[in-house]
Write a protein that binds this ligand. Structure first.
Ligand SMILES: Cc1ncc(COP(=O)(O)O)c(C=O)c1O
Length: 437
């Protein structure tokens, strides 16, 4: 019996979908049942380092089946379109313009349910997302990052053009589909509420919620869930939206930034940007977002992606601000930060490789070099190669896999031969001998 059917037996499809599901029970019917149900995890080291007394927590969406918060909306939009008779098995072609994660959620649903899927993706989005999408059987069309949202060349423009020319094609349209925020109202918010209610924390309410905004579905849906659950006399939750410099959602001019998945040059229909839904907008820079990403990985062991770093840096800034200080000092206050996806989406990105090449390990590295009597891999060379490949990809050019920067090739060959010697003791190298001795 699946998690769905064990706790929602006898319900009609739509009620089943909205019934709170918080735990896995028994065996799941498919990966669709493994969408959402993500843990709320305390960020104790970061809170301590910042001097916060409050309970700082991250809702870790990379635990979801497709690896992001957007799995939830993909599942709900597909299942609703099926109920409405808009999707026909073996016939429909699902097309979606996305920064990648909604695409992965949709491609996952389409793979399981048997629909064709086309994803239009701005060039800046990571290679990992494209590879995942292709692995799920989706067709990918890259579009220029700098194209304005309403130009025919943008990911939205290209998706519409394809929809108009492909029979049985449909755009579920995360930017306007009410089931985008509803997915968060019925699942993301309910899970946070359930986690707090069943915790040993002294208070069960949310003092501050912090989330980045792309389509705005996450922050709008969770905030509406919070507001609807609040009773008279309850303390009011402050809802803080985080937006990169270069996006217009939280004010400012459109421009370039590297963080993926949040910010736009237009206001999506599903985003409700004003109070009572969103109380406060905080603008974040790439540098602080990537530094916060590194902190979440290094100090909390959470494999989160760049927009999680944006959300955390926004939360830190709010809690240090005049408005946020009272919450930061309150040991009973709960602060929830939405961490939308995982770092596995970004491993080829220069900003992540910079994290991996951190110089703080130098002393230990020198020691290992001394013990082994040979050079270790050269992170700078790997980073330089990845940077040039990333730059080529962002320009829409192919990548030459045959050339590698000086030192990298030799290092890779060396690593491969050592790996072989460990796997297969019949062909030991010198290093392998000393390991085995
Ligand atoms: C990595 C990442 N973070 C945050 C978001 C923002 O979510 P929403 O579109 O619900 O505002 C997205 C959306 O695509 C995303 O991919």
């Amino acid at each position: 019996m699946s998690a769905q059917s064990s706790s929602a037996q006898g319900l009609g499809n739509s009620e089943r979908q909205d019934a709170p599901q918080h735990h896995w029970h028994g065996v799941l019917d498919s990966a669709m049942d493994a969408v959402g149900h993500t843990p709320l995890i305390r960020l104790q080291t970061i809170a301590r380092e910042e001097g916060f007394k409050c309970n700082l927590m991250g809702k870790c969406e990379f635990f979801s089946a497709g690896g992001s918060v957007k799995d939830r909306i993909a599942k709900r939009m597909v299942e609703q379109a099926e109920r409405d008779g808009k999707l026909v098995k073996g016939q429909s072609v699902v097309i979606e313009p996305t920064s990648g994660n909604t695409g992965i959620g949709l491609a996952l649903a389409c793979a399981i349910k048997g629909y064709k899927c086309i994803i239009t993706l701005p060039a800046k989005m990571s290679l990992e997302k494209e590879v995942m999408l292709r692995a799920l059987g989706a067709e990918i069309v890259r579009t220029p990052t700098e194209a304005a949202w309403d130009s025919p060349e943008s990911h939205i423009g290209v998706a519409k053009k394809l929809r108009d020319s492909i029979p049985h094609a449909i755009i579920l349209d995360q930017y306007a589909n009410p089931h985008n925020p509803l997915a968060h109202y019925y699942t993301t918010y309910k899970e946070i509420e359930y986690a707090l209610q069943t915790s040993s924390l002294p208070r069960k309410d949310i003092s501050v919620l912090v989330a980045g905004a792309g389509t705005g579905g996450t922050i709008t849906g969770i905030s509406r869930g919070i507001r609807d659950a609040q009773k008279e006399g309850d303390a009011r939750t402050t809802v803080v939206a985080v937006d990169p410099v270069g996006s217009i959602l939280g004010g400012g001019e459109p421009g370039n930034y590297q963080v993926e998945g949040i910010g736009y040059d237009f206001f999506p229909e599903v985003l409700d940007p004003k109070p009572p839904t969103v109380d406060r907008w905080i603008k974040t820079e790439d540098g602080e977002a990537f530094a916060a990403t590194k902190r979440l990985i290094r100090s909390e062991g959470l494999f989160i992606g760049g927009s999680s770093g944006s959300a955390l840096s926004g939360a830190i800034r709010y809690l240090h601000s005049a408005d946020g200080q009272a919450v930061a000092k309150d040991p009973e206050a709960n602060v929830v930060v939405i961490l939308p996806d995982g770092v596995r989406n970004y491993m080829s990105k220069p900003w992540f490789l910079d994290v991996a090449a951190d110089a703080s390990m130098k002393e230990l590295r020198d020691h290992i070099r001394g013990v082994l009597g040979r050079e270790l891999n050269a992170p700078d060379a790997v980073v330089a190669q990845a940077e040039s490949q990333g730059a080529s990809l962002e320009k829409g050019e192919g990548v030459d896999h045959t050339s590698s920067p000086e030192g990298t090739e030799a290092t890779l060959v060396e690593q491969t031969s050592n790996q072989k010697s460990i796997d297969d003791p019949s062909v030991p190298t010198q290093e392998a001998h000393s390991v085995q001795a």
